[in-house]
Ligand binder design. Structure first.
Ligand code: DC
Length: 226
């Protein structure tokens, strides 16, 4: 084992619930939390504000390395402006998926993500946490659910916020995003061979959190054995 703080890497497709599960696990263990998708969303938002087209790789990479971003408890501040809700829009999600396909952007965000690894530990969620950013993670999980279940969850979330959306449109958007994230040549979304699969299609968030904690504690007990 390295002397670095332990990492729990949770990867998976959009809407699988990995963010909610990762945050809850981090809270129970008093670990730090990295929402890596937020960084890609921030690049997309900043690019939009500056009028940089989402295919200009060099300019986007420069933007990614110079982003003035702060995570203050549950708020995200970009150049002194609170953008916590702005980056959650469907447009930012789509933009994030586009900029995430660019190798130079990924490279520019790599160190920024690794800097979140602080004592006593980190729970990191994204697409390539186990495969690229933290290949030595203590526990690797691939958290997923069927596209239909994910679209239904997203629909419910939007409804709670008073936003109307068609399930069929949400489903198509999720499938497009999955296809782009899985087929890109750099750091594609895929289950790491050493990751445990957690399918939450028929599982509550609370049960998913319980399962992750059980796996992590199981590893710790294993370590303590002579
Ligand atoms: O997890 P999310 O939905 O906030 O991520 C939005 C997009 O960002 C996702 O469709 C692809 C990209 N992303 C990525 O390429 N790599 C990551 N580690 C996290 C997100």
């Amino acid at each position: 084992m390295s002397g670095l703080p332990p990492v729990i890497a949770i990867d998976g497709p959009s809407g699988s619930g990995k963010g909610t599960v990762a945050q809850a696990v981090a809270e129970v263990l008093h670990f730090h939390y990295l929402d890596s998708g937020a960084l890609y969303r921030l690049v997309a938002l900043a690019a939009d504000r500056r009028g940089i087209p989402l295919n200009e790789e060099n300019r986007l990479a420069e933007l990614a390395s110079s982003l003035d971003v702060k995570f203050v408890s549950s708020d995200i501040i970009l150049s002194k402006e609170k953008v916590t809700d702005d980056i959650r829009s469907e447009a930012c999600g789509r933009g994030a998926s586009l900029v995430g396909a660019l190798a130079l952007v990924r490279q520019a965000l790599l160190r920024r993500q690794q800097e979140f690894r602080q004592a006593p530990g980190l729970v990191a969620d994204g697409r390539d946490m186990a495969t690229v950013v933290f290949p030595d993670a203590r526990l690797k999980i691939y958290l997923t659910a069927t596209a239909k279940a994910r679209a239904e969850r997203r629909h419910k979330q939007l409804k709670q916020k008073g936003i109307t959306a068609k399930i069929t449109v949400l489903l198509q958007d999720l499938q497009d995003r999955d296809a782009r994230d899985e087929s890109r040549s750099v750091a594609p979304l895929k289950q790491s061979p050493d990751a445990r699969l957690l399918d939450t299609t028929a599982m509550s968030i609370a049960d998913a959190v319980k399962q992750v904690l059980e796996w992590y504690r199981g590893l710790e007990i294993g370590d303590a054995r002579p």
